[in-house]
Design a protein around this ligand. Structure first.
Ligand code: NAD
Length: 286
């Protein structure tokens, strides 16, 4: 019997979330996605009009089916937390039930349970500013969207997750090494996400037999990464300096997620798994 996955952070066919969805679908999972409210319309329209059909092709030639797309804003835990200006914002007022708690309730109503939870989202409004120039609000916004969003998602989806289930997030090595340009508190947010992966692995493991891991991915030309502004430099740097001198494909991260979600990884939890052509192991660029 196939597993069911909820993947938060899919809004086009360029990012890691999409690739993870495909790898899980290829392994037989049913796919549900959570799409950021402001990006929902264009994503659903593109999907309906067949704009993603080429990238929906799975290794067996069939097309990935997304059973349901849920609007989501992972910065808000429940309706009480949503400020008036967002409630009345045109893009948000057109959708409903997009807070984390409401999405989890909707998935429960629609499907009862899930086996796999994926967090593939991040946002740092001041990412292009050095940490020394980052405002308190910018820093806290990065942590809210990129780190606490995961705590909140797991907290609300845990009751829907079957024992033996698996939860995965995406992180970046700027958490532990200096990557100038990954600013605005985003490096701090990834450090929090990695530390939380360990603590959540303990809590969700003891309580619900759920595994919690994070994939430290190499550079990919996603929409989010292009917004940061130095992605081409990072890809070139990796090609020049990593043990494996090839461009990283999103599928390689997707396949690792499928492995981590499978019983093949039944003893792996609390781990940061590098999928970066080995770049993390280098001490100097050469
Ligand atoms: P992406 O643009 O495909 O994904 C980011 C998604 O987050 C987008 O779909 C966006 O709509 C969504 N999002 C932003 N704020 C949100 C919110 N408040 N609620 C719900 N959704 C929200 O880009 P990506 O690079 O594939 O990013 C996915 C994950 O991979 C992120 O955690 C990112 O930090 C991580 N990552 C990316 C790279 C890279 O080079 N691209 C490297 C390492 C890790």
């Amino acid at each position: 019997k196939g597993k069911r996955a909820f993947i938060a952070g899919v809004a086009d066919d360029n990012g890691y979330g999409w690739a993870i969805a495909k790898s899980l679908a290829a392994a037989g999972a049913e796919i549900l996605v959570g799409t950021w409210v402001p990006a929902l319309n264009i994503f659903e329209t593109s999907l309906r009009r067949g704009k993603f059909d080429e990238s929906r092709v799975l290794p067996d030639g069939s097309l990935m089916e997304i059973t349901k797309v849920y609007p989501l804003d992972a910065v808000f835990d429940n309706l009480d937390a949503v400020p008036e200006d967002i409630k009345t914002n045109k893009r948000y007022a057109g959708s409903s039930n997009w807070t984390v708690q409401e999405v989890a309730e909707s998935v429960k109503q629609d499907f009862g349970s899930i086996d796999i939870l994926v967090h593939s989202l991040a946002n740092g409004p001041e990412v292009s500013k050095p940490l020394l120039e980052t405002s308190r609000n910018g820093y806290l916004a990065a942590l809210s969207a990129s780190s606490y969003s995961y705590v909140s998602l797991l907290k609300h989806f845990l009751p829907l997750m079957k024992p033996g289930g698996s939860s995965i997030s995406l992180t970046y090595i700027a958490s532990e090494r200096i990557i100038p340009g990954y600013g605005g508190g985003m490096s701090s947010a990834k450090a929090a996400l990695e530390s939380d992966t360990r603590v959540l692995a303990f809590e969700a493991g003891r309580k619900n037999k759920i595994r919690v891991n994070t994939i430290s991915a190499g550079p990919l030309r996603s929409r989010a990464a292009k917004a940061i502004g130095f992605i081409d430099t990072m890809i070139e740097y990796s090609m020049a300096n990593a043990p494996l001198q090839k461009e990283l494909s999103a599928d390689e991260v997707g396949n690792t997620a499928a492995f981590l979600a499978s019983p093949l990884a039944s003893a792996i939890t609390g781990a940061v798994i590098y999928v970066d052509n080995g770049l993390n192991a280098m001490g100097v660029g050469i």
